[in-house]
Design a binder for this molecule. Structure first.
Ligand code: T1G
Ligand code: NAD
Length: 708
């Protein structure tokens, strides 16, 4: 029996059901129905003694079809009754063996746990990642997993959403055997071995559900962990409640409770934001005019110029990916400083158990220090990370053009400078590109890839693919000042400064944005990155400022006092030896004085105004970037802000957030600020247009995509 989504065949007395719904065998409409039909017809076949259930292609089942969720929440279709299918599977009197390779995620693991046995290839992984989509397992996962793996492991997997390796699945009783080599053959062999045994039902098990005394501590720790590590997210807490229900309610009742919480989460704003992010992360990798089959250039070894804050981290990124790195500095003391920082970072990772001493040593060995360009003639790619000055960067690129082999990619980590002007210092602008890492480069996942006027499609495709290999989320952006992330961050931090100049407390501005979900408040972020970085850039571009337009003064004045932030022990806050921040009344007093000198009246400022001015400043500049084409999609801007600036993922990103608020309301508020504060708040034409048409940035993106 087969339909185009699955195939049933026989291997002697064993029936083999193969799900074939590429690319990830999601439980799209037709798949659960097909499995149910197959189980029913196998039940009638007396020849069959047991069943193997597996996936075709690269993976078992990666879960429910996420693309269908929108249709459920918009009422276009009802929720697929996965629960009924799983009960039917579990009730099969012919034992069912799930054979797992690749990923058994979400509904995929739930399917496997409803089977009577599970075997897996050693490279497989299993997990309940639903909370990363703002939902919880909805097909019995929170009820069957604790029965198989115990309460502590189940609550960790369901609340944190991270996958576990096959060897851990075996250790915790989720898998019954690991199969080296041919999985199908091994699974059929296993099915033969158990075909005469009773078919154990996971739902009937309770030996691992613990006692209330044991469980109370587990759930308390899980809730505390969720509140700190997944701050602001509702789904992890709902997942914990559902696993707890498995320890206090009978199975069916527990499933009903899970169902109720699942639907609650599915219809939540947070889930919509996180599903937007899920597909957004995959969409940013698609460049309309750079086809999937664009030739990729080899990047087998690289060089990094400058071993400062960024250069050192960038060298670690390549070494962590197993790519040998030449690291060049101007002189030995600078080189020693850079290597010492790198070594310290690896030692920290080892001391925190994130890395073994052996692999730290292997990675460090891949970083070869040098003081000359002599060895650069053989590298496939160079990333330049010297001081942010155009003349110096052009000197370095002219030198690279002279020493590097034809076809080597020449990338700059500049955070603001014009990539075309840097490229003009070479004879090969088609090989020049911006690779804007974020600090600390070995930690932050975002990589803004800056397309120059001459950058070739091969170089773009190579860097986009390389970003994945480096464990980064690569987003292609256009070459304008500050590119996308920093260009939007300017107005965001400008408003934060204006708010404290007008009377808001420093701590209040940071706390309100922190409560909104930002990883850190805007002023504290300035202290972390170094207030002097922006100060140097403002001084470099002072000549471009429009004299009639208000400029924030607070951070310039703090820098004139040498308060650069964490690096000097004082900025907006003061810092102890371990960089812990505390309020500094001296700054508040200075601000009152400076505002009085500037004639800025002081007033009470609401939290709502703080959020709107900072977040809508992001949105307004984002709209300009979108209409000017420096970002391909609104989604790209959202992904940049999630991975580079600590914007809360459950709000989907600034552009998605604005869409959910309603662009008409956002535009009205910005017009209000325009009237109150002047030209800086001129609404972006695209925002005005979409607001007047009752449209969203997502719709604009789809239309532009269709037009491309
Ligand atoms: N539904 C629909 N499409 C999916 C999908 C899914 N579950 N998983 C992946 N895709 C698409 C993806 O958008 C991309 O499309 C292509 O497949 C390849 O994916 C009932 C309710 C499995 C580890 O959260 O983690 O089950 O961009 O690029 O890097 O309780 O995909 O090519 O057009 O990611 O090899 C829970 C999500 C669902 C797992 C493979 N499951 N997927 O990674 O490929 S909720 C998940 C992944 C649920 C139940 C609940 C990864 C992967 P396109 P890819 P990959
Ligand atoms: P940094 O001052 O920490 O380091 C710059 C290093 O470059 C110094 O060690 C210096 O000795 C070295 N250098 C200067 N001229 C050199 C040459 N000719 N050859 C080799 N080395 C040379 O600066 P940073 O913060 O690492 O910034 C480097 C670049 O990265 C800048 O373009 C900056 O805008 C960009 N950037 C910085 C950050 C950040 O948060 N610091 C984030 C993203 C991008």
């Amino acid at each position: 029996m087969s339909n185009n989504l699955l195939e049933v065949s026989r291997d002697g007395e064993i029936a083999v059901i193969v799900i074939n719904n590429p690319p990830v065998n999601a439980l799209s409409p037709g798949v659960p129905e097909g499995i149910a039909e197959a189980i029913e017809s196998i039940a009638q076949d007396s020849q069959v003694k047991a069943v193997v259930l597996m996936g075709a292609g690269k993976t078992f089942v990666a879960g429910a079809d996420i693309k269908e969720f929108g249709k459920i929440t918009s009422g276009q279709r009802s929720r697929p009754g996965l629960g009924q299918l799983l009960a039917k599977l579990e009730d099969s009197r012919k034992p069912v063996v799930a054979a797992i390779h690749g990923s058994a995620f979400g509904g995929g693991l739930e399917l496997a746990m409803a089977a009577h046995y599970r075997v897996a290839s050693p490279t497989a992984q299993v997990g309940q990642p639903e909370v990363k989509l703002g939902i919880i397992p909805g097909a019995g996962g929170t009820q069957r997993l604790p029965r198989l793996a115990g309460v502590a492991k189940a609550v960790e997997m369901c609340a944190e959403g991270n996958p576990i390796k096959a060897s851990d699945a075996l250790e915790f009783g989720i898998a019954d055997r690991l199969i080296d080599g041919d999985l199908r053959a091994g699974a059929v062999q296993f099915a033969r071995e158990i075909s005469a045994k009773p078919a154990p039902q996971t739902r009937a098990r309770s030996e691992k559900l613990g006692t209330p005394d044991q469980n109370v501590a587990i759930f308390a720790a899980a809730r505390e962990n969720a509140r700190s590590k997944q701050r602001g997210m509702n789904a992890p807490l709902a997942a914990i409640d559902a696993v707890e229900a498995a320890t206090t309610m009978p199975f069916e009742q527990g499933c009903e409770y899970e169902q109720k919480r699942f639907m609650e989460c599915l219809f939540s704003e947070q889930s919509k934001g996180l599903i937007h992010v899920f597909f957004g992360e995959r969409e940013v990798a698609k460049i309309p005019d750079v086809p999937k089959d664009t030739p990729i250039l080899p990047v087998g070894n690289v060089a990094v110029v400058g071993a400062g804050t960024m250069g050192g981290g960038i060298a670690m990124v390549f070494a962590n990916a197993g790519i040998p790195v030449l690291l060049k500095e101007v002189d030995q003391p600078a080189l020693d400083r850079g290597l010492a920082n790198i070594t310290k970072n690896y030692d920290t990772s080892v001391s925190k158990g994130r890395l073994t001493q052996r692999s730290a040593g292997e990675r460090l060995a891949l970083i070869q220090p040098t003081l000359s360009f002599d060895d650069f003639d053989d590298v496939d790619m160079v990333v330049e990370a010297v001081f942010e000055g155009m003349e110096l960067k052009k000197q370095v690129f002219a030198e690279l053009d002279r020493v590097c082999k034809p076809g080597a990619i020449l990338a700059s980590n500049t955070s603001t400078l014009n990539v075309d002007e840097i490229a003009s210092a070479t004879s090969r602008p088609e090989f020049v590109i911006g690779t804007h890492f974020f600090s600390p480069a070995n930690v932050m996942r975002l990589l803004e890839i800056v397309r120059g006027r001459g950058t070739s499609k091969e170089v773009i495709a190579t860097c986009m693919q390389l970003s994945k290999k480096l464990g980064k989320v690569g987003v292609l952006v256009g070459n304008c000042m500050g590119f996308v992330g920093n260009r939007m961050f300017g107005p965001y931090r400008r408003e934060a400064q204006f708010l404290v100049e007008e009377g808001a407390q420093i701590e209040a501005v940071d706390q309100v944005l922190f409560d909104f979900g930002m990883a850190m408040g805007p002023l504290a972020t300035g202290d972390l990155a170094g207030l002097d970085v922006g100060w140097r850039i403002r001084k470099e571009y002072r000549h471009l400022q429009n004299p009639g337009v208000r400029q924030p003064f607070a951070e310039d004045k703090l820098c004139e006092l040498g308060r650069f932030g964490q690096k000097t022990g004082a900025g907006w806050y003061k810092y102890d030896g371990r960089r812990r921040a505390s309020s500094d009344p001296a700054v508040a007093a200075l601000l009152r004085e400076w505002s009085a000198q500037a004639g800025i009246p002081q007033r009470e400022i609401s939290s709502e105004e703080i959020v709107d001015r900072c977040i809508y400043a992001l949105v307004n500049e984002g709209a300009r970037i979108l209409e000017q084409g420096y970002a391909l999609r609104a989604t790209d801007i959202d992904i940049i802000y999630l991975y580079g600036y600590g914007f809360p993922s459950y709000r989907g990103g600034p552009m998605w957030y604005a869409d959910r608020v309603g662009l008409d309301r956002v535009c009205d508020r910005i017009c209000e600020f325009h009237r109150q504060f002047g030209a800086l708040w001129e609404p972006a034409p695209l925002l005005k247009q979409l607001a007047s048409q009752g449209k969203t940035f997502s719709e604009f993106q789809t239309e532009r995509g269709a037009a491309a």
